[in-house]
Each structure stands twice: as structure tokens, then as C-alpha cells.
Design a protein. Structure first.
Length: 242
């Protein structure tokens, strides 16, 4: 599904570190291996739960293999909010990042669906390209977007996802559309698109990142994400479920 250092980090989080209620209506947990140009680059896991009209999710993305020898990268995130009529509305998002060169923590809270940046430590200067959070009503945070994309879904909801995402500075979009069905396998075509808040050189470098998402029918009849094949700035990337 991604993309660049920041683009990938905006959507990819992985190894479960939170807890979910045992009585939830839906509980999801998955671990993916990430490869770039066929070389192991890290791991991605996502965990979440939908309980009535609320949801919670947590995850971590971390480098691995040869990439970790060069730089150890880790992103931890948590999000929660409401879930109604198939739509996620975040209430709070928290991210702890370690890029190998810089550590930071950020918090966004939402009022009537509009994000508010509550904290960013250490403080960072404003950029001319920054998108005003007050204009981003209806968007979701990066982790909520990831959970919406990777959770188990009914067959009727396959390839229908379309979300606008805001990470505190940048606005982007992720969507899926139908491609083909073959037995118990459903394949969707998707795209991650940079929309606003990115530096000029980032927009010139690449704005659209196509990907292919492959579902397989699970024992409970739901569709489960098995693999994502994506274009990145570093060549072909792949997320494969363990």
C-alpha cells in the first residue's frame, strides 16, 4: 500500500501491544512480514476490536533483517473511536515514533469528527505546506485507516473501502475497487494518493502509489487479508500474512 518513509509510516503499523475486550463483537489480530525487492525489511502487525458502536486498535511497525542493521525504525500507535454503519470515526490517536535518528510522540483528539493536534514532542516548527486540522473533518488517523483496510470483512464489503486520512500535517486518500474473484480468493486494486501538505519535491517525486490486496475466505466465512503487493519509492514491496 505504500509508499515513502513517511507515507509507509502513515499507514503501516504492526506488532500487537495492546489488549482488546474478550466479549467484543469482532476481534482482529494479524502479523505481516514486509519485503522490499524480495529482501526482508520488517514486520507489521495490527490488532483491534469492534464492540457495539465503538472500536479500538493498536499496532507497531518495525524494521527488520538487513534494514535493521542499517537503521532501527519503530512506530507504535493506538486509536479508538466509534463505529457505525460501517464507518470509523476516531476519538483519539497516539503515535510514538523512533526513526533511528529522532524520537517523537504525537497525540490527536477529535471533536465532532474534526481532528485537533494536542501534542507533539519534541516541538516541531510549522511548515508552509501544513494542512489546517480544522479543515479536516471526516478524516481518519493513520492507524484507523490501516485497521479499516486490514480487518476481517464480510464478502459484501470487499473492495469498497474509501477513506481520507490526516496525520497532523498531511492529507491523503486510500481506496479499493473490485478486480477479480477466483474461488475463495478475492483480489482488489487499490491506491494510496498524496493530496495536500506534502513538500513540493515529494509531490514531484510521486503522488500515486497503486497496490493490490488479496483476501481469502476464513473459517468463519469472513474475508481475511492475506497479501498486499505495493509500489514504493524503493521498488516493489510486499506484505505477507504469517
Amino acid at each position: 500500500m505504500m509508499i515513502s518513509r513517511r507515507g509507509f509510516a502513515a499507514l503501516a503499523f504492526g506488532i500487537l501491544f495492546g489488549t482488546v475486550p474478550a466479549s467484543a463483537d469482532q476481534i482482529d489480530s494479524a502479523v505481516f512480514d514486509l519485503t522490499l525487492k524480495g529482501i526482508h525489511a520488517g514486520s507489521l502487525s495490527i490488532s483491534g476490536a469492534i464492540d457495539g458502536s465503538s472500536y479500538s486498535a493498536s499496532g507497531v511497525l518495525k524494521s527488520g533483517g538487513l534494514v535493521a542493521l542499517v537503521r532501527k525504525v519503530r512506530y507504535d500507535a493506538r486509536a479508538n473511536g466509534t463505529f457505525r454503519d460501517g464507518r470509523f470515526t476516531p476519538h483519539r490517536y497516539q503515535e510514538d515514533a523512533n526513526t533511528g535518528k529522532r524520537q517523537s510522540q504525537s497525540v490527536m483528539e477529535y471533536k465532532n469528527g474534526t481532528p485537533q493536534v494536542k501534542a507533539y514532542n519534541p516541538p516541531r516548527p510549522a511548515y508552509e505546506t501544513d494542512v489546517d486540522p480544522a479543515t479536516q473533518g471526516g478524516t481518519v488517523d493513520p492507524l484507523t485507516a490501516l485497521y479499516a483496510a486490514l480487518r476481517d470483512i464480510p464478502a459484501a464489503e470487499a473492495c469498497t473501502l474509501k477513506v481520507f486520512m490526516f496525520d497532523g500535517r498531511r492529507r491523503s486518500q486510500v481506496y479499493l475497487k473490485p478486480y477479480k474473484t477466483d474461488g475463495d480468493t478475492v483480489t482488489c486494486l487499490g491506491e494510496y494518493r498524496r493530496l495536500a501538505g506534502f513538500a513540493a519535491h515529494e509531490m514531484e517525486e510521486k503522488q500515486r502509489f497503486p497496490f493490490r490486496m488479496i483476501y481469502r475466505r476464513a473459517e468463519n466465512g469472513m474475508l481475511r487479508t492475506e497479501e498486499i503487493v505495493m509500489d514504493t519509492l524503493y521498488g516493489k514491496g510486499r506484505l505477507k500474512r504469517r
